[in-house]
Design a protein around this ligand. Sequence first.
Ligand code: NDP
Length: 274
Amino acid sequence: MPILDAYAVIGNPISHSKSPLIHTAFAQQTSQAMRYEAILSPVDEFQKTVTAFHQQGGKGLNVTVPFKLEAYAFSTHLTERAESAQAVNTLQFKHDEILGDNTDGAGLVRDIETNLGISIASKRILLMGAGGAARGVVLPILKQGPAMLAIANRTPKKAQLLQQQFAAYGELVSGHFMDFSGESFDIIINATSASLQDAIPDLPANIFANGSLAYDMMYSHEPTRFLAFAQQNGAHNLADGIGMLVEQAAESFFLWRGIRPQTKPIIAQLKTHA
Ligand code: NDP
């Protein structure tokens, strides 16, 4: 029996995670000698659990709620995108080095541009939310050269802090959702966790430009309340976060194995069976 390189996703809770299914499919598709499991870590034992996995020969981890900030602090080296997100969703172990990366933003950008075929360059973008997910996507979005990026949050101060942090990278404004009444956007991304509570941020109805894309990072069987609202108010394209989930996984896989798996069949499979 060949020894398989070991990878895993670590979180709490973890049983809902689709990462084992996605990475196992990637490994089969690209003939990689690897295995991938889900690890439930006690909330106060992240470092201990990661160290044990590493000592047993583990090569890399995906990190999910609630450990992305701890993974950032635990990394000995960081990629630029992890540094700017101040959060890590991917760890790679190389000898004594622990590389921390954040692939969420690359996953979102690839889903919008490659899978949905919508270019970000020169577009007016509204990013809703200022939590971990929003922070991870600001720099990757700005690197695509949008005309402007507005960051709106229920607590405007947090959006303002993001605006200040990334001011050098592009045209940025921030505020409360209602501050953008009367302005319209080509791409509106919901990076709040409102959809998890079956809620919708307090949004002006007139923000969706003709032909706009409404993107909810959350995914579910039924359209979220945000996507339903966007459709009622003129958004032309609607997408949930399944594509982002698979694309951020593919980006981690590429970091670990140096091979880019095909994502479209897995996205189609998850959309049918999720
Ligand atoms: P955080 O807890 O870090 O941030 C939550 C954000 O949502 C804050 O900006 C908060 O505003 C806002 N918020 C919460 N409830 C409401 C509400 N009722 N109305 C308006 N705003 C609200 O969460 P994350 O950033 O980690 O995750 C956000 C979403 O992104 C989740 O749905 C998550 O599932 C999804 N996600 C999807 C991924 C994918 O691959 N598809 C990857 C990562 C995340 P305030 O600051 O005022 O509290």
